[in-house]
Design a protein around this ligand. Structure first.
Ligand SMILES: Cc1cc2nc3c(=O)[nH]c(=O)nc-3n(C[C@H](O)[C@H](O)[C@H](O)COP(=O)(O)OP(=O)(O)OC[C@H]3O[C@@H](n4cnc5c(N)ncnc54)[C@H](O)[C@@H]3O)c2cc1C
Ligand SMILES: NC(=O)c1ccc[n+]([C@@H]2O[C@H](COP(=O)([O-])OP(=O)(O)OC[C@H]3O[C@@H](n4cnc5c(N)ncnc54)[C@H](OP(=O)(O)O)[C@@H]3O)[C@@H](O)[C@H]2O)c1
Length: 487
């Protein structure tokens, strides 16, 4: 008997695997962010004989939906209800506190499962590679975001928000806007969200009044989207500064705007903000300055600053077509300008990290793949049998939550095609799957957190939160998370 399905606009056939219940297709997904959960959902729906285990290095699921999405974007986090329904499917299990690389090796997972899908995101940062990048007072946006979102690895970051009135954010993508908003928004408006308590306290005491949001290219090339820009421009009682000269459009800019509605909207919003602001801020008013055409050259410190950053030296830039028609790069002009500050947040993009035994493109920071099938050799197109990739680890660190849905559809379609073609042979080669994983973890004395353990954390966080009139009060230490989960 054959079943038909339409995946990603493509008609695809695969066998009905209902007869396989005694010999299921064992699938392990590494990472429980949007990419992992959408993949699990598609696998379970499309294959009645699939048994899906999702492992995550944290005791808590949902990846950046929990630890990235800003606390004042609660409506975005509703998607976790859909992911929870997937986790509660009787053919799905969650294994929190299990890390690929340290708890279990990739080769071991591949031995135990017919299909391993890597969905572990991008947990490191791009670096600028300029002088002074390791000074104190400089953080990546990832670190800062993990801190205010209560990620247990960064709850002790304690950025000093009291010794300076000025922060510089490098980059003009949506993460940069999130970070600017959190720094500048009245804390009263964050109080009822799920922001980590330590961050709320620190932001309430913050002396930061002025934030520079600096891009190496122009307003037409800014990486942010209109909704997010409108939000930051709409912060109550905020003085916005944009040099009107930066908003002048070259013929190439006009062409770029003509073909891109989002960019057009972003440019209109910036132009309106530049035109409608008074020429000076009021005394004590918080300020947001958009600076364009500046690329970081080096970080500054003074002799008596205890190794803390005191500013950034920028090189002014112009745009040059980079060989790829319509693509413009920032090129230095040899003119420099210093901006003083006591805090720098580098929001220039996330980066994935490889694990042992995984083909990895260090230049692009992704796992080489063809429609989600991991390639061991890109020149011949040779694939790693049974090994797939999805989400930020597959595409690089861009895209919103929903982008991972289409990405998961593509990867799952490849898995089903491989089943159909006999590249994967679950019927003739049984694998231990879940049972094997539990045994292995047990032999290493590693206690995993099942989904019911996460539900205990969830309940406790919501209960404490409701007492404080917050959506939830996040538990932010490893010790406490594991204690609550294992109760
Ligand atoms: C700061 C920020 C804010 C964002 N805000 C929004 C928003 O408001 N709206 C929106 O639509 N999109 C937003 N996005 C984008 C969205 O979060 C991403 O598109 C999405 O989370 C990427 O999904 P992923 O599953 O590939 O990675 P992730 O969400 O990062 O999930 C990866 C998972 O893998 C786990 N993991 C990592 N290493 C290992 C390992 N070795 N072993 C086991 N598990 C591991 C992690 O713990 C994590 O749970 C935001 C992104 C960022 C960075
Ligand atoms: N609310 C939301 O929907 C939301 C919120 C947060 C994040 N997200 C999504 O998450 C993804 C990641 O966001 P992101 O902001 O981290 O990445 P991003 O959108 O790729 O932005 C990165 C920024 O860093 C700059 N940059 C990169 N390398 C640089 C360098 N060497 N020197 C100076 N500047 C440099 C880029 O400038 P260039 O353009 O010149 O390269 C760009 O301004 C995006 O797709 C975003 O939309 C969505």
């Amino acid at each position: 008997m054959t079943k038909m399905a339409i995946l990603h606009g493509k008609r695809l056939m695969w066998r009905s695997f209902s007869s396989l219940s005694s010999n299921p297709l064992r699938v392990c997904i590494v990472g429980s962010g949007p990419a992992g959960f959408y993949t699990a959902e598609k696998m379970l729906k499309g294959h009645q004989g699939a048994e899906v285990d999702i492992i995550d290095r944290l005791p808590t699921p949902f990846g950046l939906v929990r630890s990235g999405v800003a606390p004042d974007h609660q409506e975005t986090k509703i998607v976790v209800n859909q992911f929870s329904r997937v986790a509660l499917n009787e053919r799905c299990s969650f294994f929190g506190n299990v890390s690929l690389g340290s708890s279990v090796a990739l080769s071991e997972l591949r031995e135990m499962y017919h299909v391993v899908v890597l969905a572990y995101g991008a947990e490191s940062d791009r670096v600028l590679g300029v002088l002074g990048e390791d000074l104190s007072g400089i953080y990546s946006a990832r670190e800062f975001v993990w801190w205010y979102n209560g990620h247990p690895d960064y709850s002790n970051l304690a950025p000093d928000l009291k010794s300076t009135d000025t922060a510089i954010i490098l980059g003009q993508g949506n993460v940069a806007l999130d970070v600017a908003r959190i720094l500048l928004r009245p804390t009263l408006e964050l109080k009822t969200t799920d922001i980590a308590n330590h961050a709320l306290t620190s932001l309430a005491e913050s002396s930061i009044r002025k934030v520079y949001l600096v891009g190496r290219r122009g307003p037409v090339q800014a990486a942010c989207t209109a909704k997010e820009l409108r939000e930051v421009l709409g912060i109550k009682d905020l003085y916005i500064h944009i040099q009107e000269a930066d908003l002048l459009k070259s013929p190439a800019d006009e062409e770029e705007l003509k073909n891109n509605r989002i960019k057009r909207r972003v440019h209109e919003l910036l132009s309106k903000a530049a035109a409608t602001q008074p020429s000076h801020p009021r005394l004590g008013q918080r300020e947001l300055h958009f600076i364009f055409f500046r690329r970081p050259d080096s970080f500054l410190r003074s002799d008596n600053s205890n190794g803390n950053v005191t500013g950034v030296r920028f090189e002014k830039t112009i745009l040059q077509e980079n060989g790829d028609p319509g693509k413009w790069s920032a090129v230095g002009t040899g003119q420099f300008e210093d901006l003083e500050c006591g805090l720098v947040l580098k929001s220039i993009g996330y980066k994935s990290v490889p694990v042992d035994g995984l083909p990895y493109d260090h230049h692009k920071g992704v796992v080489p793949n063809h429609r989600g099938r991991i390639l061991s050799d890109t020149s011949t197109g040779r694939i790693e049998q049974g090994l797939y990739v999805v989400g930020w680890l597959k595409r690089g660190p861009t895209g919103i939550i929903a982008t991972n849905l289409y990405c998961a559809e593509e990867t799952v379609a490849s898995i089903f095609e491989d089943l159909e073609k006999g590249v994967l042979t679950p019927t003739t080669t049984p694998k231990p799957g879940r049972e094997g994983l539990v045994k292995l973890l047990d032999s290493r004395n590693l206690r995993f957190v099942p989904f019911s353990g996460w539900e205990k954390i969830d309940l406790k966080e919501k209960t404490i939160g409701s007492l404080r009139n917050k959506t939830r009060e996040k538990i932010t230490s490893w010790e406490e998370l594991l204690k609550v989960a294992n109760k």
